[in-house]
Design a protein around this ligand. Structure first.
Ligand SMILES: [Zn+2]
Length: 263
């Protein structure tokens, strides 16, 4: 019997899987510095954490309208979020140069290098955003303090997930970012099928809330932005048991879709 040849996407995925440097923080920083130079973004060290520099970037168009906020790498064992944002940025330098934009490419580099959710202190950073005494949170607050973000995106992954899903905190009850954005990503990974995610009701893979602040032990980044700034905050999750290639493509598609929607 003739052996079936793998499809090109399988070859692409295998090449990606065997050559990626998704936990190589020095390489990631080098590439972000190249993006910053090409797109004329300001790149600043906002803090040093566990022996690694944490960076924030601002576009020079910050004064020209409502800025978009995007962050990744708050949890170190979620590398597709970091890689997806970086790869999208590398392919969209021109757009980045002309949009008001604030980026945090990797909030927990120690965790990324060590492939662990927590930071070098054993803390889940995404439950620390209420803690104004924590040096990273203090630095983060200072970096964003002069700006209001009508839309903020935090990129994550979930090892419990069976597909992509979204937390959407959106004060505008009549409008949803989630449905069209998930539609763009499900060409790479199907949606989560569970109707309850982390104890919250999901409809078509979207956990949505228009008012009030979710009660959690410790404050996540997205919830803090929603509580303090009142804009829409989106937390996109890919299932971390799926292949890295497709997870990265899903993150890129989500970021691309959001940039398109908020043009
Ligand atoms: Zn996460």
């Amino acid at each position: 019997m003739r052996k079936r040849l793998p499809t090109s996407s399988v070859i692409d995925a295998n090449c990606y899987q065997s050559s990626h440097r998704a936990h190589d923080y020095a390489e990631i920083v080098r590439r972000w510095k190249a993006v910053a130079k090409a797109a004329k973004l300001r790149i600043e060290v906002i803090a040093e954490q566990g022996g690694y520099r944490v960076y924030g970037l601002k576009s020079r168009a910050m004064g020209g309208g409502a800025p978009l906020y995007v962050s990744a790498g708050c949890h170190g064992d979620e590398p597709a979020a970091v890689a997806g944002l970086l790869e999208w940025a590398e392919e969209n330098v021109e757009q980045m140069a002309h949009r008001p934009l604030m980026l945090f490419p990797c909030l927990n580099p120690w965790g990324l290098v060590n492939n662990t959710r927590h930071n070098h202190e054993g803390l889940d950073l995404n439950r620390q955003f209420h803690d104004e005494s924590h040096p990273l949170i203090t630095a983060w607050r200072k970096f964003i303090e002069d700006f209001r973000f009508p839309v903020a995106l935090t990129l994550h992954e979930d090892y419990d997930a069976n597909g992509i899903y979204l937390y959407e905190l959106n004060p505008c009850a009549g409008h949803s970012y989630g449905e069209p954005l998930l539609q763009q990503c499900e060409q790479f990974i199907p949606r989560e099928w569970r109707v309850s995610i982390e104890g919250r009701k999901a409809k078509c893979a979207i956990v949505r809330r228009t008012r009030g602040v979710p009660k959690l032990d410790g404050m996540p980044e997205a919830v803090m932005l929603f509580a303090e700034q009142g804009g829409a905050t989106l937390t996109f999750e890919t299932p971390s048991e799926f292949g890295l290639f497709d997870r990265v493509r899903a993150h890129k598609a989500f970021v691309a879709g959001l940039f398109e929607m908020t043009r």
